[in-house]
Design a protein around this ligand. Structure first.
Ligand code: NAD
Length: 367
């Protein structure tokens, strides 16, 4: 029997990571990849992520048993339109990895209505600060939620088949309708990106009046706005393909701000206290999950502004072979402490690092 052929279309961060996991876990599959530019194709072949690469999407698509589209959502819909005009294998299973699901499910159902083509939407809810196949990682999705959204073109056994193909991602698979997915991710991801960007833009506007303001942006402001550094291409696209849910969130949030504004104006300190206390309790009970854009483990170390301080800290970690994926200095001002943000790949390394810093230095350290 010939091998089942899996086509990974789009060799970016997500496509590359899926290819790595599928290839590592399933030697019985023939894994092919489409990418328009050559460098990622060459990289994927050299790193043995896939068995075959091409810039000819149509030629790869017609011989595929499974096709996973890894493009921005509107582009994935364009590729679906191309697929609808090709002589595909009759029961080909198509999926995607886009961050919103209703648009693509609607398109698939419209384009393949009455055909035997199967379509299951997918959203692996993990990522990294980086893009492109070079940053891909077979374990990018480990322990992250991987949402699968059925359609009128799929049966439960199609979702089971996809989970088997993706099993080496070690993700936690959840089945949700596209409507549920888009409503929930609007609350936990899409709307928070709007707020983060608005906070940064607001601080910038205010700094016109008082330019020193930006220098005071530390602690809470940093934590609230980290995601404002995300790709504008990706986030504009995501909001445009989930507008109703995001607008609902903006309306509800505006009401909440107006309510607390009224409490403050009326000097209702007990009610304001309740507002914060409720949020504090609720947040401590939430299963805050390492998800999209945050699959790493950050340690913050307050270090003195001395030339050898960073060198010493990194020395402790290198002796214990801890896996560092990113290093950032959040604030460095002469004669004040700077905050060194070190990102580890695993929780174990993060905890070991914290113990090492506490044992060897008197620096403040927190996760
Ligand atoms: P990426 O920028 O790393 O890769 C994008 C891919 O699209 C590349 O292969 C690129 O060559 C291809 N591409 C872009 N424009 C093209 C065009 N006009 N023609 C042909 N190919 C084109 O992006 P990514 O992070 O891998 O994102 C892919 C999908 O996964 C997006 O829908 C994104 O919303 C979703 N997603 C991203 C993350 C994340 O954190 N990065 C997490 C979950 C889901």
């Amino acid at each position: 029997m010939s091998k089942k052929t899996i086509l990974i279309a789009g060799l970016g961060l997500i496509g590359g990571s899926l290819a790595r996991a599928i290839k590592a876990g399933h030697p019985e599959y023939h894994v092919t990849a489409y990418n328009r530019s050559q460098a990622p194709r060459d990289f994927a072949m050299q790193a043995k992520l896939v068995d075959e690469v091409s810039d000819d999407f149509e030629q790869l698509a017609v011989s595929a048993d499974v096709i996973i589209l890894n493009f921005p959502v509107q582009l994935s819909i364009k590729f679906l339109e191309t697929l609808a005009n090709l002589p595909l294998k009759p029961d080909v299973l198509i999926s995607d990895s886009g961050s919103t699901k209703q648009d693509i499910i609607n398109s698939a159902e419209r384009l393949f209505s009455g055909q035997t083509v199967r379509f299951v939407g997918g959203h692996p809810m993990a990522g990294s600060h980086k893009t492109g196949v070079i940053a891909s990682d077979a374990l990018l999705f480990e322990n992250a939620y991987y949402i699968l959204t059925p359609s009128s073109l799929s049966k439960p056994e199609d979702l089971a088949e996809l989970k088997l193909i993706l099993s080496e991602t070690h993700a936690k698979f959840i089945d949700l309708s596209a409507a549920e997915h888009d409503a929930m991710t609007a609350v936990t991801s899409h709307f928070p990106h709007v707020v983060a960007a608005a906070l940064v833009n607001n601080a910038d506007d205010f700094s016109d009046k008082m330019p020193f303001t930006k220098n005071l942006a530390a602690g809470g402001f940093r934590d609230m706005t980290r995601i404002a550094e995300s790709s504008p291409d990706m986030w504009a696209e995501i909001l445009m393909s989930n507008p109703d849910n995001v607008v609902d969130q903006i309306d509800q949030f505006t009401d909440k701000l107006q309510a607390v504004k009224a409490l403050i104006q009326d000097q209702q300190s007990d009610a304001v206290w309740q507002f914060f206390d409720q949020a504090r309790k609720l947040r401590s009970q939430m299963p805050i999950h390492k998800g999209a854009m945050d699959n790493f483990y950050d340690l913050f170390i307050s270090i003195p502004d001395k030339s050898d301080a960073i060198h010493d800290v990194l020395g402790y970690f290198s002796c214990h072979h801890l896996s560092i994926v990113n290093i950032k200095i959040n604030e460095t001002r002469v004669e004040l402490n700077g905050v060194l943000q070190i990102t580890f790949k695993t929780k174990h390394d993060l905890e070991t690092a914290e113990r090492l810093i506490k044992a060897n230095t008197d620096y403040d350290v927190y996760q």
